[in-house]
Design a protein around this ligand. Structure first.
Ligand code: ADP
Length: 189
């Protein structure tokens, strides 16, 4: 199986590149951000709880996202592989993911990390806020909070995969196709 963690701060381009990777490699896209927004749209109990946190730019509890990922893995037993987008966002989530995959006799092949400067990120997020309709992209304070959460809780996840020799840094500044080519080169190597 080809299981890939696509990593990077908010606004790094994970959603855009995931789309292209799933097309190219026939993978299933698991984005915890999208799964949570679906719960919000369906006005489920989980969604209502998550919305409060997401609107503030803070992470939702590990158990919640781990549970969502587990049910998606179970729902796709014949998948060729998965792209994990926006997950794992804490080292506890990374350890839980390793366990879930172990139970299915598979592992993460690599973490592809999109590297983008903070100045560029804030610019992209505010721009996205104009047309995505995502409330968390429209408020500079919330954006700042998300970048803080990333630096404090999520950035350490890179070390988790570095220790396993699975970390691949990719320059996330350039055209969509240029970045996609770099990602493919790393995967096909
Ligand atoms: P972005 O990468 O642009 O910040 P996402 O769509 O991945 O956006 O996530 C939006 C929000 O959903 C996050 O700010 C966070 O509150 C919540 N979220 C998404 N994935 C996770 C996760 N794995 N763990 C905890 N919270 C998450």
């Amino acid at each position: 199986m080809l299981n890939i963690v696509l990593f990077g701060p908010p606004g790094a381009g994970k959603g855009t590149q995931s789309e292209k990777l799933i097309q190219h490699y026939g993978l299933i896209h698991l984005s915890t951000g999208d799964l949570l927004r679906n719960e919000i749209a369906g006005q489920t109990k989980l969604g209502l709880e998550a919305k409060k946190l997401m609107d503030q730019g803070v992470l939702v509890p590990d158990e919640v996202v781990i549970g969502m990922i587990e049910s998606k893995l179970d729902a796709n037993p014949t998948a060729k592989g998965f792209i994990f987008d926006g997950f794992p966002r804490t080292t506890a989530q990374a350890a839980a993911l390793d366990n879930l995959l172990l139970q299915k006799n598979t592992t993460i092949k690599m973490m592809l990390a999109l590297e983008v400067t903070e100045v560029e990120l804030s610019k992209r997020l505010l721009l996205r806020g104009k047309d995505s309709g995502r409330p968390d992209d429209q408020n500079p304070e919330v954006i700042k909070k998300r970048i803080n959460e990333y630096n404090n809780k999520t950035a350490p996840v890179a070390d988790y995969y570095r220790k396993q020799n699975k970390y691949y840094g990719i320059n996330g500044i350039g055209s969509i196709d240029e970045i996609f080519n770099l990602l493919c080169k790393a995967i096909d190597k």
